[in-house]
Design a protein around this ligand. Sequence first.
Ligand code: MN
Ligand code: FE
Length: 332
Amino acid sequence: MTIINNSKTDPNKILPMTYMWAREHYKTGVANNWTPEEVSMQKDVEQWKSDNVLSEEEKKMIMWNLGFFSTAESLTANNIVLAVYNHITNPECRQYLLRQAYEEAVHTDTFIYCCDTLGLDPEEVFNMYKTIPKIKEKDDFVVNLTQIVFDPNFKTDTKENIQKFLQDLIGFYVIMEGIYFYAGFAMMLALKRQNKMIGIGEQFEYIMRDESVHLAFGCDLINTIKTENPEVWTEDFQKESIRLIKESVELEKEYALNACPNGIVGINANQFVEYVEYIADRRLERIDLPKQYNTENPFPWMSQSTDLSKEKNFFETRVTEYQTAGNLDWEK
Ligand code: MN
Ligand code: FE
């Protein structure tokens, strides 16, 4: 049994399952269900419209993160539906990919909701991936890295093409969702810790919780392909993967320094740079590549949200709510 290029796989026959990790991630995704409208934006609207709560710099930082995430979510969704889904025919993996695609739709919806409630210009927000160079550079880097997999004639039938497919998975799961998202998460959650824009902050926490599962699925997928096709995981390919990840780290550092040049109360801009390095090392280790930075985590408080153990209060309330959702009384 193999996860790609298996002519015996029937994509419609999900039982019995081979890859139980895919099933686990699916169940975790369902247990984490949420929608943006559940989060009140009332206080955010007051703060956004007030002249003395947010500095101009904070407003710019918020706009940049809304701008980056608003389109990064659909770039990610497109990759799942238009590229990955074609080549991963294993049914339990496809079940997870469908779940992930839905979550990306929820994330995109979050930015629609933010535009609506805060009265932002959607043309401005959803165009920032073209108009803000530091956002465009990040997106272009991943898009260029992964373009070939979108070719309708692309097949994972040779060693080189499996490597290209792996590069797509590294581009979207490790770099986009695993590295590019995290300076923005740290900024928005740092702001929330100052009691500013707490509605958006909570939405970013939910998104981050989802993304940590996307990332885990992506790494399990990459590692499975590696294990089943060891000939593709050459020294050169590993070196090239490290080089790409390091290049993306540089782009993410520049993004952080430009989005938030003077930091946020109690945090200097360089700590966001350190955080990106710390996160990148964790991603490298997750796919069995050597750490490159050995930077300490400048924001230990972030791991309370990223490591997502169910005993955390924030998550417990949500998860419980949804786990009982099956018993809804429809008479009411
Ligand atoms: Mn997402
Ligand atoms: Fe995602």
